[in-house]
Ligand binder design. Sequence first.
Ligand code: FDA
Length: 536
Amino acid sequence: MDTAHRSFPILVALFVLLFGVTSSQPYEEFLQCLEFHDSNITSIVYTRANSSFSSLLESSIRNPRFDTSATPKPLLIFTPRQISHIQSAIRCSRAHRIQIRVRSGGHDYEGLSYSTNHNSSFLILDLISFRNISIDLAQQTAWIQPAVTTGELYYRIAEKSSTLAFPSGICPTVGLGGQISGGGWGTLLRKYGLAADNVLDTRVIDAEGRILDRASMGEDMFWAIRGGGGNTFGIVIAWKIKLVPVPASVTACTVTRTLEQNATEIVHRWQYVVDKLSNDVFFMVVLNRVVNPIQANATTIQASFNSLYLGSIEGLILMMEAKFPDLGLRRENCVEMSWAKSILYFAGFPLNSPLESLLDRTISATGSAKFKGKSDYVKEPIPISGFEGIWEKLKEVGVQTGGLILASYGGKMSEIPESSIPFPHRAGNIYQVEEVAFWVEDGVEAADGYLNWLRGLYEYMTPYVSKNPREAYANYRDLDIGRNGGGGEGDYRRARSWGSSYYKNNFDRLVRVKTAVDPANFFRNEQSIPPLSSWR
Ligand code: FDA
């Protein structure tokens, strides 16, 4: 921060605050306003002139696709250390019409927590200092701050108890500020539902800068923030979550099958059993193109069946022999471990990795690869011919640069009503699909090639997935399915196209809540819920 900002006289700041005098830099008035609220605050504001600006910006960019010279950059990054700093930032950015992008873990698929798709001035409110976890073993609850990652939470729970867990996502570096705001599924979803299903209370700062909890915000807003999308209703500064019981030892297994090993028939069959298995079993299948293990210089399609069972190896094998013998699950495919360790297993860490790996925020699940994801829900099994077409699509891209991830539904997910929280994808879904492309090449041409491939795969999937609406998972943000207008201004009719994909019939209730709690649409981005006043 340059010294001119720090020494700006309070009286001038007050004048600027009251009369809105313009200055050369669009953010100067904002800075003066901040300083007016707290004279020490500017030491945690980073303008583009600050030598730490770029490293701070990049520190939580989890999709290198949005880390190029062409990506719109914030005017400044603000790293609040206490709640009053966030309140000041809200009040000052309102007064000076600078958009806020809130960042917790930085995993937004379209980079919306640190960038925009339009030319509006914006600042990043980076919550990186809000990482406290407080666990109450007796009550089996915890208070967590938004920049806590799933890995940090799982590690801290495991430190205190080997038989408690939390049903959030698989990747350990994802922030719980964003993840719970959009749902949060992981290996416990068939047993306990989503992370957002297991939130008991919260602390949110609203567009007026007030701190609200469940009682003071009311049940409508409390409903909306549990899955209705981040950066929309307020800034979550803490979640109170319910911890869930797990056995001290669980079983994780991997079986891989290539086309030459009957993968097509096994995946096809998998669809008929997977949502009806005991709630203690979760299955994820990764479909992609790999080097052929039995034929030199050739590639093939591989299906990798990864399962988690809340019990022993013997128990799972007995169940699979009875319900899904086609998989051919054997003891050597499985390992028993703690539930916390099973997260490392699912996230692809080597078996001997220390549990402390869960604490590493810097590792990237995608390495240096740029990516784009899309999502779907499957309600009727895809026929064999459908999978054969998927294999042809996968053959159009390189080894492990594109794929599909299928995650089993059913169990608890089918028992929770669609309107319980904004996330509506419940009974009737056999599994969720994520279509994804990864690439390391730089440049627009390479990116366009992968994006076009992914869009082609998505188009191909149309007859096999949910319809009217074609459902999608809000946390796998996909701007292809629609976006708000320039500047992030919402429009109910326009937003309904992507809004009904993410939220189905819950979309209208989300609009009503937004209209009540943030009618001026202060919290907004390209896919935030619009207030009704924006109807044009
Ligand atoms: P980020 O900080 O980018 O925030 C995402 C959105 O929420 C932005 O709009 C942001 O402004 C807003 N936001 C952030 N903090 C907020 C706060 N405190 N208050 C209000 N709004 C806030 N999902 C899943 O369900 N299961 C999984 O296993 C995975 N795995 C996974 C792996 C990888 C590698 C990636 C990149 C993503 C996932 N996801 C996932 C998706 C993930 O849940 C989703 O991207 C979350 O929104 C990321 O939350 P972050 O806080 O990390 O992101």
